[in-house]
Design a protein around this ligand. Sequence first.
Ligand SMILES: [Zn+2]
Length: 212
Amino acid sequence: MSKTSAENPSDPNVGALASGLAPSGVDQPRIERAVREILAAIGEDPDREGLRDTPGRVARMYAEMFRGLHEDPRDVLRKFFTEKYDEVVLVRDIEFHSMCEHHMLPFMGKAHIGYMPSGKVIGLSKLARVVEVVARRPQVQERMTETIADLVMQELSARGVAVVIEATHTCMTIRGVRKPGSMCVTSAMKGIFRSNLSSREEIMTLIYGGRK
Ligand SMILES: [Zn+2]
């Protein structure tokens, strides 16, 4: 049992996040061993001074980057409230950082989430929290977009959900084809935003309105 869960037997994750320690669920000693092995494999000396603490640092960083694997975004969405509001709700420019599962390199950008409620409304910060949980996992942008849209659609029983994500992928900018500044845009449309063209146009205008 880890130190954090011993201190907070009721909820190890809450205690871990509050204290700034890595949450449980990620095997940090195992990551340390693996990073040491990678350093040796590229021809480095893992014991030289500058690298001595690197495996531990990377392990703590990965525990943070991948903590979303051990959290359920549905817990966030269950904190909805009942409201007779039935117009579009849009949260734009939710910043996120994620990790591309193909290269284990970061990709980062902004998510925009719009939905048409049918009785269930969620606090705006909760949508940002959902993005955070889903982003802190090994990801591909397309799946991340679909996952967020499906979660909001299901948990809020919304009439429609639109998710647009714009991101830059360091696996495209620092290696391979090296296309700095290129932006990858993905979108997922559910319910009314999928079936009704004018609703889709409305939400896209709201998302992109006021730009350019
Ligand atoms: Zn990649």
